[in-house]
Write a protein that binds this ligand. Structure first.
Ligand code: F6P
Length: 514
């Protein structure tokens, strides 16, 4: 398989490099060839169902029919179809930890037993969410959701995107161990009407457990008679939550086979359901499931996450792009780049293959980004005239998220499209400082609207894009040993008695931590 893969890469690298302008003039039907309208109906195709849709336009990338052929060959050599089958069958796809990765089963797409188990756990969550909304835990105005990494980024994104003006409960997602973050939530929450969700797959993460302890103390200090009765635990380690003092009726478990950064769809999504209501939470899952079925059932460049992975790898491995930028032309998606950073960099920031051999080419590019139009006035100079090649994704919604004069949304969208056009066409000037080289790639994801189903689909699209890229590179996207060493050293510093390098010793002494 290794040789075949190397042969495919050699073919991909040997492809002639046409400019985007040339590709458009050679292929007048390029937009149709490399753009797809994905419908959020059950089968991703049924226009009659009246479901919303998402337009995926990859025509302003350098993908060509013949590059796609070579990437399809690479997918064959990398065993993509079998790895995808294993993913949906709940087989081991994370060999270093001997685990499956069953996030699609949380959306109803996976092996039957896992889907059934996920449904039972979701029912339990639904009952608790319904009871809280119905007042079973007294008046609830605020929820402080404490978690970090995958236990915080998804909930923060979804609540921020979907619960802006109509949150049923005011949700604060707190992750940082820096007490400034938790104090900010305390300052605006009334302890008598606040619930605390402690979200941790392992229920051991030091930031989360320290913040949770401080939140309980805050409740107690402010006259709440049974602080632990205000806590809901969201975890794959329910026994640790019980030990920590959470009553079993308020523990919402999820399966060990769900990775932290893929866990929004499990009970980690509790704050989302609390903020937007159960039906909308389920719509978010349904949108993700539509992408699951599409990813499972379509092949080659018709498979949207796979096509995106082709282009991502082309830029990272052939054109030497060290980063990939994502700009959401939608204030509601301002947290999407943060979410994607963990998803893509924690998954694919690896330097060994799934078999433990060194990789022979770059893996995940650094994911970064921001919101349009703000980013235009901050970082776009580099995109248009800098020396780095940065493939860009633009994400926008045709329907506005605001009720102000329509001019706001019109200007927002016009700017989004103008940036992609400018990156591609450039503009020649005899004055070098005013010259725009152009030929800079971008992809555009244009949603009909940013509703819960669309957000679910957008996130699932990126999950599968990340998985597809990992399979093509032959790496394991589901472990994250790289985060462990720093945690271990921090623990040793806390315990004392170890010595470190002179610089670290000096910093510890300066901060009084020696
Ligand atoms: O340190 C990285 C990490 O393990 C992430 O993968 C995970 O999402 C996060 O920490 C939080 O872990 P937990 O949910 O177990 O608290």
């Amino acid at each position: 398989m290794g040789d075949l893969r190397a042969k495919s890469w050699a073919k991909i690298s040997a492809q002639p490099e046409s400019t985007l302008a040339q590709l458009f003039s050679d292929h007048p039907d390029r937009v149709a060839q490399l753009s797809t309208r994905f419908l959020l109906s059950d089968d991703g195709q049924d226009e009659e169902a009246g479901a919303g849709g998402i337009w995926f336009d990859w025509s302003k990338t350098h993908l060509t029919a013949s590059l796609i052929d070579d990437f399809n060959e690479l997918a064959g050599a990398a065993g993509f179809a079998d790895m995808r089958r294993r993913l949906f069958a709940g087989e081991v796809v994370n060999p270093t930890e001997g685990r499956a990765a069953e996030h699609p089963a949380l959306r109803g797409v996976g092996r039957d037993s896992s889907v059934e188990e996920a449904e039972a756990l979701r029912h339990r969550m639904r009952m608790l969410v319904g009871a809280i909304h119905a007042g079973a835990l007294g008046e609830v105005k605020h929820l402080i959701h404490i978690g970090i990494g995958g236990s915080a980024l998804g909930p923060a994104l979804a609540v921020d995107a979907l619960a802006r003006d109509l949150a049923l409960v005011d949700v604060h997602v707190i992750s940082n161990i820096d007490g400034v973050a938790l104090e900010a939530a305390f300052a605006v929450c009334d302890p008598q009407t606040t619930l605390v969700a402690v979200a941790s797959k392992t229920f051991t993460t030091i930031e989360t457990m320290t913040n949770a302890t401080s939140a309980l103390k805050w409740l107690a200090d402010n006259g709440v008679s049974d602080p632990s009765g205000r806590v809901i635990a969201l975890t794959a380690a329910p026994e640790r939550a019980v030990e920590w003092g959470v009553d079993e009726t308020r523990i919402l478990p999820f399966a060990e086979s769900v990775g932290g950064r893929y866990s929004l769809w499990s009970s980690i999504g509790f704050p989302v359901a609390i903020a937007i209501g159960w039906e909308d939470f389920e719509s978010m899952l349904a949108g993700a499931a539509a992408i699951d079925r599409h990813f499972r059932d379509s092949d080659g460049a018709d498979n949207l996450p796979l096509r995106a992975a082709f282009s991502d790898l082309y830029y990272a491995r052939v054109r030497g792009a060290q980063t990939r930028a994502v700009f959401a032309y939608d204030e509601r998606l301002r947290l999407l780049p943060d979410y994607l950073q963990q998803l893509e960099m924690e998954s694919n920031g690896k330097s060994v293959t799934a078999e433990g051999a060194p990789v022979d080419a770059p893996t995940a590019p650094i994911t970064w980004g921001g919101v349009g139009t703000d980013a235009q006035h901050a970082v776009f100079q580099l995109l248009h005239q800098g020396t780095h090649l940065v493939p860009v994704d633009f994400i926008a919604s045709i329907a506005p998220g605001d009720d102000l004069d329509a001019a706001h949304h019109r200007i927002l969208l016009m700017n989004c499209f103008a940036q992609g056009a400018a990156l591609m066409s450039g503009r020649h000037s005899d004055d070098p400082a005013r010259n725009y080289p152009g030929n800079r790639p971008s992809a555009t994801i244009l949603c009909d609207d940013l509703d819960p189903a669309t957000l679910g689909a957008l996130i699932a699209f990126h999950e599968h894009r990340t998985f597809a890229a990992a399979v093509l590179m032959g790496i394991n996207p589901f472990d994250q040993f790289g985060v462990e060493l720093g945690k271990e050293i921090a623990k040793k510093i806390q315990q004392g008695g170890e010595s470190f390098d002179p610089s670290t010793e000096n910093l510890l002494a300066l901060a009084g931590l020696d």
